[in-house]
Design a protein around this ligand. Structure first.
Ligand SMILES: [Zn+2]
Length: 269
């Protein structure tokens, strides 16, 4: 398992892990800086591919993860823009729709998508993203006292999910981790490259939620990563590399699996 709360530079890659260009290379954070990611692949992304990955990451980080990032005091490159209040909705007995007001002490929730098992494992070959549910993680103070003070029954927070961007971000994290930790696989054997680059809509095939726990998780590590190589019983000639990506491990998140690499034949059903 890799702790990612300390700045760690993995080996310099020397080429773009997405398109294999060797010029104009930038460093690549395995987990976005804005989520506290400190694990860096040096010289690993060209400017053009960086624009693609930054665009979908921004939709997640400034989208449904924004409140949790603020309240959880995750790093930001624009500290002056960080809001000091957030808006939550208290639900009351009288008014089913609740009412909305800004408060200065802000419990924030992160609605983390729970995905169906990756189609590669379950045999489901459908495209798109298959959603199984949602888990709610809390950041900031326990809202119970605030709810009671308001005479409310509960608290609501609405978010706009960009699921496609989120799944592409997970695929990117898994791929970066394997590229840095194991080495760069042959380009045509990387299962998630078309997904990351926006050329295919097969996220449900390679990315899914999975229940697992890391040994060191109880130490309160923020995010955790690992990878496993195995061979499928029905096709032992092919090696499969799976990255385990657990964002917000310390907040009790379930975790995701990303099938990153399938040797010998990348066009599996
Ligand atoms: Zn590139």
């Amino acid at each position: 398992m890799q702790r990612i709360d300390r700045h760690t530079e993995l080996a310099s890659i020397g080429q773009c892990i997405y398109c294999r260009a060797t010029r104009d290379l930038r460093d690549e954070h395995v987990i976005p800086f804005a989520l506290g990611g400190q694990l860096v692949l040096a010289d690993a992304s060209c400017a053009a591919c960086e624009r693609i990955t930054s665009a979908f990451e921004a939709k997640v980080l400034r989208g449904f993860m924004y409140r949790a990032r603020n309240t959880g005091k995750f790093p930001t490159r624009r500290p002056k823009e960080r809001p000091t209040t957030t808006t939550v909705t208290y639900t009351t007995r009288e008014r089913k729709d609740g009412h909305t007001e800004p408060i200065s002490v802000d419990p924030a929730f992160l609605h983390l998508p729970v995905l169906a098992e990756a189609g590669y494992f379950s045999g489901n070959a459908s495209l798109g993203i298959r959603l199984r549910g949602v888990e709610t993680l809390r950041f900031g103070p326990d809202p119970t006292a605030a709810i009671q003070r308001k005479g409310a029954e509960g608290i609501e927070q609405q978010d706009n999910w960009d699921l496609s961007s989120f799944v592409r971000m997970l695929a990117k994290i898994g791929y970066c981790w394997v590229a840095g930790g194991v080495g760069l696989p042959p380009r045509d054997e990387v299962t998630v490259l078309p997904l990351i680059l926006g050329q295919s809509d097969d996220g449900s095939r390679w990315v899914g939620s999975a229940r697992y726990s890391f040994e060191d998780e109880r130490e309160g590590v923020l995010h955790a990563l690992s990878h496993t190589a195995f061979r499928k019983n029905d096709n032992p000639a092919h090696e499969v590399l799976v990255a385990r990506v657990k964002l917000f491990a310390s907040s009790g998140a379930t975790g995701y699996e990303v099938i990153v690499h399938h040797s010998g034949n990348s066009r599996v059903a």
